[in-house]
Design a protein around this ligand. Structure first.
Ligand SMILES: Cc1cc2nc3c(=O)[nH]c(=O)nc-3n(C[C@H](O)[C@H](O)[C@H](O)COP(=O)(O)O)c2cc1C
Length: 219
């Protein structure tokens, strides 16, 4: 099948069905009025180590609510700060509970029964139940698309990272993340999710003119 994204009905389901699995940024923010907000975003990834850079994308308007701006994007643009909490098995249902288009004066921490934990460098609180919290400062919002499909791509720098000792191990090359303990949640299309129970290793090859391609363990 050949697809023209401009004319294919509900192309969004095709795109989110093939770019899988996606990690989920559980983004906590605080408004200029002091209302705490929490919402999941699976258009999310890490983009650079130095400076440590994360991106995620939020539509400007809530679907079906053309007058309602998404609180996360508004809060980040107004305060320049946020926390990306990683979604794991234990909090996947709570994450889902925060994803309705609640009024701006509602804190999704209360709705989902999650606990606010103070951050070090930013005003937005961390999700205590998430084993990884990344405090971020806004670098830039890149606007793409036109209403009603306008999105803001949020580029941010990690200024502090909190990682639970329970999901780390001391390996031969230093501290690393134990994915079996982390249990990250992956997003597929629509309401479908996955776990990382079935993992395997591929040794990344290296190439030089001297050795003409000798495998080594990628770090
Ligand atoms: C797993 C999951 C992933 C989501 N990913 C995105 C996303 O990448 N971009 C987006 O605009 N909305 C996404 N949503 C929808 C938002 O979470 C939802 O619109 C939320 O109410 C926005 O909250 P806010 O107004 O407090 O920012 C996602 C929802 C779920 C359940």
């Amino acid at each position: 099948m050949l697809i023209d994204p401009k004319t294919f009905e509900r192309f969004n389901m095709i795109l989110t069905g093939v770019v899988v699995p996606r990690p989920i940024a559980f983004v906590s923010t605080i408004s200029t009025d002091g209302v705490v907000n929490l919402a999941p975003f699976s258009f999310f990834n890490a983009m650079a180590y130095n400076p440590p850079t994360l991106i995620f994308s939020s539509s400007r308007r809530a679907p079906g609510w053309q007058d309602k701006r998404k609180d996360t994007l508004t809060n980040i643009e107004e305060t320049g700060e946020y926390v990306v909490n990683i979604v794991v098995d234990d909090i996947a249902a709570a994450m889902n509970a925060t994803a309705a288009e609640y009024p701006s004066d509602v804190s999704e921490f209360d709705i989902a029964g999650l606990t606010e934990s103070p951050s070090e460098m930013v005003k937005a609180p961390r999700v205590a139940e998430s084993p990884v919290n990344m405090e971020c400062r806004l670098v830039q919002v890149v606007n793409i698309g036109e209403q009603p499909h306008a999105h803001g791509i949020v580029i941010g720098e990690i200024v502090r990272m909190h990682v639970s000792d329970d999901v780390m191990y001391d390996g031969p090359n230093g501290l690393r993340i134990n994915h079996a303990a982390l249990k990250p949640t992956g997003r597929l299309a629509g309401n479908m999710y996955c776990r990382t129970d079935d993992v395997y290793e591929l040794i990344r090859p290296s190439y030089s003119e001297q050795d003409e391609g000798v495998g080594r363990v990628a770090d």
